[in-house]
Ligand binder design. Structure first.
Ligand SMILES: Nc1ncnc2c1ncn2[C@@H]1O[C@H](COP(=O)(O)OP(=O)(O)OP(=O)(O)O)[C@@H](O)[C@H]1O
Length: 349
């Protein structure tokens, strides 16, 4: 916003308005759409009537965009993000080159529990595990959503045969439905082959929209029990910046048993724990073929996992049924993740 005096006026009046309406709420501003966008985090348990009041008040003051969210359950404070730097770890500069303040964690609207599925490298089966885990939770009677934030290769649209753009309700993006799941993907907002060509801030804008401006509440008004998040592969700044913005309740790591897996697992575990997110353990993928080890060699040893203080949650074989799209209506491997689903369903929120 060019006019500094006007900006200062909006910020001051906005701060007073939020302070009076909801003492203890946090208000942050950022430049957006040629003006000022506001994000307000209300204290846990704030009455629902506050949100529209604050949205209207700040819009009337001149905010171009207002997002009001409720604080998730208390957890360890997160470390500020490492300085964004681009380069190998962050080719899209998703770290947010212009960020000047630590990000605010937000809990997606209409969601009780958020679980990330993550891997240090691409192609290890993260989306395969995320989609089967979501279906396995749904088979257990949970209301489940799957959020695909994999900017490097969003697979959910193809996996579930979806190509429509999400509808909007009161400015919030509504998930699509398939196989009993609520689904949103970066691939619904941008064609898969275009995602990498996008400039970093544009990609981050789409990611933010999916994380903060979606409403997962069902048509009957009930929230999701669990939102499974398929995160982009990696343990760099891009990843850190993304997970710092989501109020995650737990994470599941996915790996193949390659010699480099241990270093990846260590980095992945550290990344989540640095931001106060408990890691439930590891799903080892493509770990075996009938009668022997899989293409990546022997499974990870108990000793190695113990040294990392990580539990093996499941060990999936290289199997055509896991290569099949989860949109198929017959069983496609959810049985293999049943115990992981039990563990996730037991995560207290
Ligand atoms: N256990 C398995 N058995 C057979 N095929 C598998 C198995 N796990 C994954 N695949 C196949 O391997 C490919 C990569 O899997 P997937 O897309 O899940 O990996 P990813 O880690 O999410 O990759 P990306 O980082 O590119 O998103 C897919 O074609 C998938 O069907």
């Amino acid at each position: 916003m060019k006019n500094a005096a006007r900006r200062a006026q909006i910020e001051t009046k906005g701060a007073r308005l939020v302070d009076e309406a909801a003492p203890g709420a946090r208000l942050t501003w950022r430049e957006a759409e040629g003006g000022l966008a506001a994000t307000v985090v209300l204290p846990e348990g704030a009455p629902d009537t506050l949100k529209p009041r604050i949205e209207e008040g700040l819009s009337n003051l001149g905010a171009t965009r207002v997002l009001v969210v409720e604080q998730g359950p208390a957890r360890q404070p997160s470390q500020p993000a490492a300085a964004p730097r681009g380069g190998h770890d962050d080719p899209l500069r998703l770290g947010g080159a212009r960020r000047t303040e630590p990000p605010t964690k937000s809990r997606p609207r209409g969601v009780r529990r958020v679980v990330a599925v993550a891997s240090g490298k691409g192609g290890v089966g993260k989306s395969t595990v995320a989609s089967r885990l979501a279906l396995a939770l749904a088979e257990k009677g949970e209301r489940v959503g799957l959020l695909d934030l994999d900017v490097y290769g969003p697979s959910i649209p193809v996996m579930f045969g979806l190509s429509e753009k999400p509808a909007l309700r009161d400015g919030a993006m509504l998930p699509l439905r398939a196989r009993g799941l609520s689904l949103l993907s970066i691939g619904f907002l941008v064609a898969e082959d275009q995602a990498l060509a996008w400039r970093g801030p544009m990609v981050m804008g789409a990611v933010r929209q999916l994380m903060e401006e979606a409403d997962w509440t069902g048509e009957d008004g009930a929230p999701l029990d669990t939102l499974v998040v398929d995160t982009p592969p990696g343990t760099g700044d891009a990843h850190l910046s993304m997970i710092q913005r989501l109020a995650l309740d737990a994470a599941v790591l996915v790996t193949t048993p390659s010699p480099l897996a241990l270093a990846d697992l260590r980095r992945g575990k550290q990344l989540f724990e640095r931001t106060g997110v408990p890691v439930l353990g590891v799903v080892e993928n493509m770990a075996s073929l009938p009668g022997g080890p899989g293409p990546f060699g022997e499974p990870l040893s108990e000793g190695d996992l113990e040294a990392l203080n990580l539990k093996r949650l499941a060990s999936l074989p290289l199997d055509a049924k896991l290569a099949a799209l989860p949109a198929r209506t017959d069983a496609v491997g959810t049985d293999l993740l049943g115990s992981v689903a039990d563990l996730v369903a037991a995560v207290e929120v």
